[in-house]
Design a protein around this ligand. Structure first.
Ligand code: FE2
Ligand code: FE2
Length: 370
């Protein structure tokens, strides 16, 4: 039996286990009975598959599949009026044309979005930097790209620093994509604040999965790519995580910047990452997904129920000789089994030699901590 066939057979066996666990939902006590945190293995020990062909996912009815991609940096950049070419935006355009556009290829991004659609993922998380220097034409272009990719109730977007490159009003800028970042939760105590466009964090509820969208985007000073959450957003995040934890939801936190101290250089870092790490330490989360560094990143941070997995995707349009930076997307297969959330990760990498997507690794997040 091949590894993949073995994995599929094992998942079928687990359906019964999962069905039994789901039938308890929302029995909060049972859902909170998590195994104690165990010592993590080195990530180098993860299984590497390097399989060709489309991603193969068995789909028990109680499994939720979430695709994650980031940092599309759509191109070519639309024309910019001369009056819009002042200051930071002009230098950003120069940097794009001199350096960055060599690496970001929309054919690669198309391979990824086609692959995601073919996977039949239940939902998509897109963690920012859709565009480059926040010109009016880019916001229109971004909306067209999003609509071509999929409907707003299938894609959840959170903005990145390049989506707020310079000050632009909500209506003229990010508001174009509001439908992709508006909450729809019915959960009491979290609903009121998160169902308004432009309110962060917003929460989207898909079965017993809660997607929590944060904004770290703000017009950083010249030559900086920093992000910030701010006290109000952090306070609301803590309250939402607490409520969702009590209710037994699988909490998936989405943000653009890497969330932990030391994960990005000062010039590019989330300014209040220590505060965010403190919130995660107190309230926990089942998964934190981010982008921004344009490289694959696996980390974890302490939470109340054990380590919180923190995973960063490289740019979804990037071609590079550096394997960690090559465009990828990730499929998270989330299910409830044995009184705990189980998450299996499939990483899909763009193979430039074949101009197609391949599976380069698949592993259980649980196994990382066993
Ligand atoms: Fe980026
Ligand atoms: Fe970024």
């Amino acid at each position: 039996m091949t590894d993949l066939a073995g994995s599929i057979a094992s998942r079928h066996r687990e359906v019964n286990d999962t069905n039994a666990a789901i039938s308890e939902f929302p029995n909060l006590q049972a859902m909170r009975e998590r195994p104690a945190a165990r010592k993590p293995l080195a990530y180098a020990q993860r299984k590497v598959i390097d399989a060709e062909g489309p991603v193969e996912i068995t789909r028990p009815t109680n499994m939720f599949t979430l695709a994650h991609l980031s940092d599309v940096h759509i191109s070519p950049l639309p024309p910019v009026a001369a009056k819009g070419l002042l200051g930071k935006r002009a230098l950003g355009l120069l940097s794009w044309h001199l350096r960055r556009k060599r690496h970001h290829k929309m054919a690669v991004a198309r391979a990824i979005t086609d692959d995601i659609r073919a996977s039949g993922a239940n939902h998509v998380a897109l963690t920012g930097d859709l565009i480059n220097v926040a010109t009016p034409g880019e916001f229109t272009q971004g909306l067209q790209w999003l609509e071509a990719f999929g409907p707003h109730d299938w894609i959840t977007f959170v903005p990145g620093n390049h989506d707020a490159y310079v000050p632009v009003s909500w209506d003229e800028g990010l508001g174009h994509w509001a439908a992709y970042m508006t909450g729809d939760t019915q959960i009491p105590a979290t609903a009121a604040q998160t169902r308004q466009a432009g309110a962060f964090p917003f929460i989207r509820q898909r079965r017993n999965i809660a997607l929590i969208g944060l904004s770290t985007a703000f017009p950083a000073p010249f030559h900086q790519a920093t992000g910030i959450l701010g006290e109000a957003q952090l306070t609301r995040l803590a309250a939402s995580l607490s409520e969702l934890r009590k209710r037994g939801y699988c909490r998936v936190v989405l943000l653009h910047h890497p969330p932990l101290p030391g994960q990005a250089r000062d010039r590019k870092a989330l300014r209040d990452c220590a505060d965010l790490a403190a919130v995660l330490h107190t309230e926990g989360a089942e998964l934190v997904l981010h982008g921004h560094n344009h490289t694959e990143m696996f980390s974890r941070t302490p939470g109340p129920d054990g380590p919180v997995p923190v995973i960063g995707a490289p740019s979804a349009s990037y071609l590079s000789a550096d394997n960690n930076k090559v465009a990828r997307w990730y499929l998270y297969a989330i299910r409830r089994a044995g009184g705990a959330w189980r998450i299996n990760v499939t990483a899909r990498r763009y193979d430039a030699s074949k101009a197609e997507m391949i599976t380069d690794r698949q592993f259980d997040l649980d196994a990382e901590y066993s």
